[in-house]
Design a binder for this molecule. Structure first.
Ligand code: AHR
Length: 491
């Protein structure tokens, strides 16, 4: 029996709801077909946005959505995506799959998508191949309330009022696809570009600098040293690949136990990365004014057989659910430093929460984890501890259990815990100080490590209400099935 202790007296920071954010790129079938089908599609839509997908996303309370990339952001010229659709430029999306990009989804459509989902927009600007003027004018177009050339253009395109835009990224992966820059060069460019990202009226832009790839600590150090005082946040990108080989990353389904643990072990590296980058950031910014944003994270596998390799379409199993659970627990536990995170990507790409095929849609195991974890949004982190032991195969060792806990504005406690074992159920005894007599509800997501939903069987993996717990004095005992994620609420 493993004890899981939550100390309600020891409160941490508020868990920024934006930790539960998402990312959507002009890549494969994420935007086109996944989120946006156009007004004339036979697939039910509102202003071109898929009704089924938008409804599913509202259910998990998506707080923020990043767009248009990714690598696409540093090739994107926003003026190509405004105005009458028939006049918009058609071009080839050279980075992702060599397909025609007709720019029918642009700034107005993205803002409409965010309105329908009920989330905040996070727009990523182009440093790699765009100009300072172009970036500056985009912000003016979106947010200027008054007489100006870009405000006039926006009005001509049918939008009278400016939009509220808080989050703006100045470049993406500028150490790689965004220009192959050195940190010193990017940091200087950030200072220059960010100068012209203006605050108009009462719109205050939160300026996001391109941060490191995984363990590139030099990038963080240099960018913080040179540009930290001009930035509100720095990004981190970290993907979990079962194999350290981009040509053979490993399959999304049909993997063995050793690969399961290897994947989780790699995912758990997020803890070390976040801690180390935050401590470098704090050396330059002792007050912690600059936040960390993990705006690309998730599992990256080989594409599904027979699909366009440039579309990054992959299935999603209980392994991904457990990976999402431990990652979100890690983010919660760093609530004092992480101000946003965006899983890559929202629909049909990488560790997606929704998959579509024509008019069909399914919710992935990862979607259900976001559903189970949504009560942590804006709640206060609580100190928690679980008696975990090491499990795994060979060198691929991970902790048996992984948890986080929070208290919401109404004083309800939410505990999320994952059983990482692929084969063994685990008994836990939950003790929450001051909540010995609270009423309890549990939702549980469980399945074999490779279990997943298909368009033929879309509900193979879905959460259940779980009543098989036992109250024992002031604590609660329950058995977590192998490979499972539980959300326990006490009120
Ligand atoms: O999410 C897919 C790609 O991964 C993004 O475009 C890029 O930023 C990263 O390398």
């Amino acid at each position: 029996m493993a004890k899981l202790i939550v100390n309600t007296e020891k409160k941490g920071a508020k868990i920024n709801r934006n930790i539960y954010g998402h990312f959507s790129e002009h890549l494969g079938r994420c935007i086109y077909n996944g989120l946006f089908v156009g007004k004339d599609s036979p697939i039910p839509n509102v202003n071109g946005m898929r009704t089924d997908v938008v409804e599913a996303l509202r259910q998990i309370r998506v707080p923020v959505l990043r767009w248009p990339g990714g690598c696409f952001a540093d090739e994107y010229h926003w003026k190509d995506g405004i105005g009458p659709k028939e006049g918009r430029k058609r071009m080839v999306n050279t980075h992702w799959g060599g397909v025609v990009e007709d720019n029918s989804f642009g700034t107005h459509e993205f803002m409409e998508l965010c309105r329908q989902i009920g989330c905040e927009p996070y727009v990523n600007g182009n440093v790699g191949s765009g100009t300072v003027q172009e970036m500056s004018e985009w912000v003016e177009y979106m947010t200027f309330d008054g007489v100006s050339p870009m405000a006039e253009l926006r009005k001509q395109n049918g939008r009278e009022e400016p939009w509220k835009l808080t989050y703006f990224g100045v470049g993406n992966e500028n150490w790689g696809c965004g220009g192959n820059m050195r940190p010193e060069y990017y940091a200087d460019l950030f200072r220059r570009y960010a100068t012209y990202v203006r605050n108009y009226g009462d719109n205050k832009v939160f300026k996001i600098a391109c941060g490191p790839n995984a363990g590139d600590y030099e990038w963080t150090d240099k960018v913080m040293e040179i540009a930290g005082k001009y930035a509100d946040a720095l990004t981190l990108h970290y993907y979990t690949l079962p194999n350290d080989n981009w040509q053979e990353k490993g399959a999304a389904t049909g993997f063995d136990e050793e690969t399961y643990y290897r994947t989780l072990k790699k995912g758990l590296r997020m803890e070390e990365l976040v801690s180390n980058h935050l401590s470098i950031m704090r050396r330059h910014d002792p007050e912690g004014r600059v936040g960390l944003i993990v705006d690309e994270w998730g599992a990256w596998y080989d594409v599904e057989p027979g699909t366009n390799p440039g579309f990054l379409y992959q299935q999603n199993t209980m392994r991904d659910a457990v990976l999402a659970a431990v990652t979100l627990n890690i983010f919660n536990s760093h609530a004092d430093g992480i101000v946003m995170a965006n899983i890559a990507q929202m629909v049909n790409v990488l560790q997606a929460v929704v998959l579509t095929e024509g008019e069909k849609m399914l919710l992935t195991p990862t979607y259900h984890v976001f559903d189970l974890y949504k009560e942590h949004q804006d709640a206060t982190l609580l100190d928690s501890y679980v008696e975990a032991h090491e499990i795994g195969v060979g060198d691929q060792k991970v902790p048996s259990l992984h948890q986080s806990a929070s208290m919401d504005a109404e004083g309800r406690i939410h505990v999320t815990v994952a059983n990482l074992s692929a084969t063994e159920s685990q008994e836990i005894e939950l003790c929450v100080s001051g909540k010995e007599n609270a009423s309890i509800s549990v939702r549980l997501l469980a399945g074999a490590m490779g279990a997943h939903n298909t368009f033929e069987a879309p509900e193979t993996v879905k959460p259940q209400n779980f009543t098989g717990f036992e109250r024992c004095g002031g604590s609660v005992k329950m058995t977590l099935p192998a490979c499972s994620v539980a959300a326990i609420a006490l009120e």
